[in-house]
Design a binder for this molecule. Structure first.
Ligand SMILES: [Zn+2]
Length: 163
């Protein structure tokens, strides 16, 4: 399992950027990670799998997004990339681990983010369509281990190994 960005850093400009952290005055749990990503950072397929959705409608929450289905220990999981600018893949595409699938952005409710606020909202899910709150979501620590992740670097796109 590789990272969705070349460097994995939890956004530090605000609170509540890791999984389950409470935000919005304590009423809303965060469903994934907010990872530092200046607009148009390369997005990588975290595993080999199938693109099951590319949402190009800039809605008011996640904005544009990509959903990748992959297998892990015999189970299906989904990697969800939100607030993206653009996608290089389409629904039903099969991608290799480490493939560049799109570019990060500040769409949806991340619109207008200052440079230090720009991020990839990234989730792992157990099913394609999840409910509110943390239902159906998986803490990314399940795949990546314990933090800190600051300045953890992965090889460039030509090398597909992870740590
Ligand atoms: Zn987020």
């Amino acid at each position: 399992m590789i990272f969705p960005l070349r460097e994995l850093r939890i956004l530090s400009s605000s609170r509540g950027n890791t999984f389950g952290m409470v935000r919005k005055k304590g009423t809303k749990a965060h469903q994934g990670w907010d990872l530092e990503a200046r607009n148009n950072s390369l997005l990588y397929a975290v595993a080999e799998g199938e693109i099951v959705n590319v949402d190009r409608t800039d809605n008011t929450s996640y904005g544009c997004s990509i959903t990748l289905r992959f297998q892990y220990n015999g189970y299906d999981y989904y990697a969800f990339y939100a607030h993206i600018n653009s996608s290089l893949v389409s629904k039903y595409d099969w991608v290799d681990e480490g493939a560049v699938i799109g570019f990060s952005g500040s769409t949806g409710n991340a619109r207008g983010s200052k440079s230090w606020e720009q991020h990839l909202h990234f989730e792992f899910r157990e099913k394609y369509s999840c409910g509110k709150g943390l239902a159906g979501r998986v803490d990314p620590k399940f795949f990546y281990g314990e933090p800190p992740y600051h300045w953890v670097s992965q090889p460039g796109p030509e090398v597909l190994e992870s740590y």
